[in-house]
Design a protein around this ligand. Structure first.
Ligand code: SF4
Ligand code: SF4
Length: 366
């Protein structure tokens, strides 16, 4: 029987599909999740494919995780699909660069770009009564969520719940960033509205190699040697945050706690890695401390860290200019200029810069 709040944590030190699949099978048995997917089910795999980066950089879910999951799901008799909406660039390009093409071919996995939209109206949602999601969110019998363990400048960490933000198609993501502004709690609640619509049956976290520091794209790869599985995405996130040593819950887990979805008593991890957390806690992203700075907007401008562009690293590609939700970035005389008065500190620019040219730090002035 499936018990909410439970997660299975295992150690795994290498991207070896056979070993990963063995761990997944043990986790499914331990948690009573084997029966969640039936023969003939159309199953959508949702990895983290934020941008076109080689697997060794630990920005995206590793293709061997997909291979292992496909091995297990093929044994169940499932029909496999895979999709995401990258931050920028076509899904085809991202799949190629991220090393997914061989596994897609080997297991006859159908690629499903999240470019078709459906409108979902749900008056019980937390903030978004009307959501525009990729049609893929409602097209399949089951969703298997394959997040990557990484820090995140705006939201502290990107784990299972945050990975579902990819179901917001393309540029609509920027609109939600703009609407949320500085408000991390609001932004977190949007993720939970998406989670209500797309509730994965399995969440299988790739934490073998993840990222610390200025994630989700500009941080430092780190071997956490962790695989984590749960049917309960909020519980998985809450427990992984504790395992890696976050001093306090991220905005997403704060919402989970406030909604009573997780708690110290009801959420528990089992498995070989469960009671062996990181001895050296994860290094947080620079922007995290700014998460909920209260007070007048003038003081927020001073005390909330802001994006800064390295002139030596910047290649003038204009990706940041094109994707800044607040439209406050300009390329002028071969220099990126930011209107800090209107900057909402979402750090999308840092997240999407392909050259790691944007850092966040303190600054005074306009
Ligand atoms: S995305 Fe990065 S490299 Fe491209 S213009 Fe912006 S700062 Fe420069
Ligand atoms: S400049 Fe960067 S942090 Fe500021 S609003 Fe634009 S994308 Fe967000």
């Amino acid at each position: 029987m499936v018990e909410p709040g439970r997660a299975y944590f295992d150690f795994c030190t290498e991207y070896n599909a056979d070993k990963i699949a063995a761990s997944l099978r043990t986790g499914l048995t331990t948690l009573g999740l084997e029966g969640a997917i039936k023969c003939g089910d159309r199953v959508l795999l949702k990895p983290n494919l934020i941008m076109a980066k080689a697997p060794r950089l630990a920005v995206t879910t590793h293709p061997e995780i997909v291979r292992a999951v496909a091995m297990v799901l093929k044994d169940c008799g499932a029909r496999l699909y895979l999709g995401d909406s990258p931050g920028f660039g076509s899904l085809e390009t991202v799949l190629e660069k991220c090393g997914f093409k061989p596994v897609l071919h080997e297991f006859a996995i159908t690629v499903t770009p999240f470019d078709q939209e459906s409108v979902v109206v749900d008056t019980d949602n937390l903030v978004a009564k009307k959501l525009i999601l990729a049609t893929a969110a409602s097209e399949f019998d089951k969703v298997v969520n394959l997040p990557k363990l990484k820090t995140h400048s705006m939201m502290g960490a990107t784990l299972a719940i945050k990975n579902l933000f990819g179901f917001i198609p393309g540029l609509k993501k920027a609109a939600w960033h703009l609407r949320a502004g500085h408000d991390r709690d609001f932004f977190a609640r949007i993720m939970f509205d998406i989670y209500r619509q797309v509730t994965p049956v399995w969440n299988f976290l790739d934490g073998i190699a993840g990222m610390e520091g200025d994630g989700p794209t500009g941080g430092t790869p780190r071997n956490f040697n962790l695989l984590a599985l749960s049917a309960d995405a909020p519980a998985l996130d809450y427990l992984v945050e504790k395992w890696v040593g976050f001093p306090e819950p991220t905005p997403l887990s704060s919402v989970s706690l406030n909604l009573g979805l997780v708690s110290e008593e009801s959420s528990c991890a089992c498995g070989p890695a469960a009671d062996k957390p990181l001895t050296r806690p994860i290094k947080q992203a620079q922007g995290t401390a700014a998460a909920t700075f209260p007070g007048h907007k003038l003081w927020r401008r001073v005390f909330v860290k802001r994006p800064k562009v390295s002139r030596t690293r910047c290649q003038h590609c204009r990706v940041c200019v094109q994707h800044c939700p607040a439209q406050v970035m300009k390329l002028i005389d071969a220099k990126i200029v930011i209107d800090y008065k209107r900057c909402i500190r979402c750090y999308c620019c840092q997240e999407l810069c392909p050259y790691g040219a944007i850092r966040v730090g303190f600054g005074i002035g306009s």
